[in-house]
Design a binder for this molecule. Structure first.
Ligand SMILES: O=P(O)(O)OC[C@H]1O[C@H](OP(=O)(O)OP(=O)(O)O)[C@H](O)[C@@H]1O
Ligand SMILES: Nc1nc2[nH]cnc2c(=O)[nH]1
Length: 180
């Protein structure tokens, strides 16, 4: 049903799952002797976070932050709003931010500055997708799944107007779906 709105599948479900396992193995090694606070950035990171944490064989604590800067648009408003804050203090903690995509970089830039201000011991970023052509601020992730081209992508957590998050793959929507 949802497939009829998709122009092109960029990353298949199998490719995502293979990459998640790879990233999980790297994180398992890097966090073996630590107890990081893994912070999922809602809502987009939910499927990635859910799959990734099951591939990390190390002690990790989970928390969530809900921030939003896109609303129903395909371009960042540039203003990051905290919709839900953490339940846990980041002070003195090794923080691992889990994101679905870095585009302009503004969301993560905001969160990194916030967690620095809140005195996190270390801050690392794992993102499933990186769209370097969208970058507006200087920001790099520590762990990246896939580079994506300059297109608005949906699926596996990523939405257009709150739809398509439940697709198991990453794709590009047909042009007629967008209401500009
Ligand atoms: O690098 P940026 O340009 O800041 O874009 C990345 C952010 O945009 C999306 O979130 P959105 O604000 O759409 O909220 P959502 O996760 O609830 O969809 C995505 O989940 C990232 O958090
Ligand atoms: N769904 C979706 N959300 C985004 N947020 C920033 N870039 C994107 C994108 O390409 N797709």
């Amino acid at each position: 049903m949802l497939q009829k709105d998709i122009e092109e599948v960029l990353i298949t479900e199998a490719e995502i799952q293979e990459k998640v396992a790879e990233l999980g193995a790297v994180l398992t090694a890097d966090y073996q002797d630590k107890f990081p606070l893994a912070i999922g950035v809602l809502k987009g990171a939910l499927p990635f976070m859910s799959d990734l944490i099951k591939r990390v064989d190390a002690y990790i604590e989970l928390d969530f932050m809900d921030v939003s800067s896109y609303g129903n648009a395909t371009v960042s408003s540039g203003e990051v709003k905290i919709v839900k804050d953490l339940n846990t203090s980041v002070e003195g903690r090794d923080v691992l931010i889990i994101e679905d995509i870095i585009d302009s970089g503004k969301t993560l830039n905001y969160l990194v500055e916030l967690f620095k201000y809140r005195k996190a011991k270390s801050i690392k970023i794992v993102t499933l997708l990186d769209k370097p052509t969208g970058r507006k601020v200087d920001l790099k992730a520590d762990y990246v799944g896939f580079l994506v081209p300059d297109a608005f992508v949906v699926g596996y957590g990523l939405d257009y107007a709150e739809k398509y998050r439940n697709l198991p793959y990453i794709g590009v929507l047909k042009k007629e779906i967008y209401s500009f």
